[in-house]
Design a protein around this ligand. Sequence first.
Ligand code: GLN
Length: 449
Amino acid sequence: MPNQTLWGHPKGLYILFFTEMWERFSYYGMRAILILYLTAKTSEINPGLGWDKVSALELYGWYTMMVYVMSVPGGLLADRLLGQKKTVMLGGFLLCIGHLILAFDALWAFYTGIVFIILGVGALKPNISTMVGGLYQKGDTKRDTAFTIFYIGINIGAFAAPLLVGYVGEVINWHYGFGLAGIGMALGQVVYIWGQKYLKNIGNFVPIKREEGTNRKVKLTPIEKDRMLVLILSFIIVMVFWGAYEQAGGLLNLFARDKIDRVMFGFTVPASFLQSLHAFYVILIGLPIAYFWKLWRKKGKEASSLFKMGIGTIITGFGFLFLAKAAMDASIAIDGKASIYWLLGAYFLHVVGELSISPVALSFITKLAPIKYASFMMGAYFMVTGLGNKLAGLLGEAAQSAGEKTIFLSVFAFCVGFGIVLILFVKKLNKLTHGADSEDSNIIIVEAE
Ligand code: GLN
């Protein structure tokens, strides 16, 4: 049963796909209304907490950072004690409880719920990603595609959530919205429990071996050390990328609201709807981009993970050139607004960049991290994305005094320059992987080990 396949992939992939799709539905749904709930007045028909914007943004920033930072203890818990499969189960339960508590209309419930969600995402998010990698043998060419499929699942949840939870929470009642996010998570948990039979061989606890006769843990081999080094270097790319990309929810959200003419075909697109756009693009072009890289590799061209990440960073950078143009147009337009097409184009490029970086990085970690540190490294990866979120917030703050145009041009120049440098060094860096990134050769990997 665990080895059964469907459409060329192990059935376990689809279990992880749907579990994560619902988990992301709950995460992005709750996130979409969080700031609105915090800032809504206590006297409104649908009363919020009546916070000022600065305090709300601050909590939002810490919250979005902490969910990912908690991936580090989440990964450690899996490596040291429970294995990934049980840690995901635990995370799922914590999330169900957290969302359930948020459905209550009380301040204690709000804080308690948030803490449960932070702990739950920390336990679930990195470990479910590591489990996807665990479904494939070393050198299996399907691994990158599997991560793209998984990533599409994430984004189906991320696309639907702001529209559904956003509507219910904002228009009807905040707590119904939180409750709806919780129902999504409960469905994810049901899928996960039901699907255990397809996950028998993966995510189980692997005890760390100790050297015979001593109490010392087995150290890393020189090859493993090199691989850890290149992984840590790749984390710098990850932070640069998310620092640029995650401005979407903050600075770019405000930019869209205030400086973009959002009338399309006679209809004014609400700024918040644009928050679903990234996920929509991912669903649309996720597979074509993965296919493109496959063809590219078949042609014998450079298609290492680090190369893709370099190209992704450059493309993301060019998105900011579009945004700089929009900022310039807005500054000279009579109504102070620029065409929405610059924004649509910029988000498209950001997603092309995202698809060359984010699923690739997930796959890269599962290929390179020594098995005993697999979940920890995945946790560290998510922590770095959390720092990227914080960096994005700081850039947004800087734009308040430096102006959007300056910030957009700086991000453009930095991303493009950084990506080019990375590509120049890609051959050297690839050597540090000792063949683990080379998908079509099991032989190299076996030799290297
Ligand atoms: N958007 C992706 C998700 O929600 C990536 C998030 C991240 O890596 N920080 O899973």
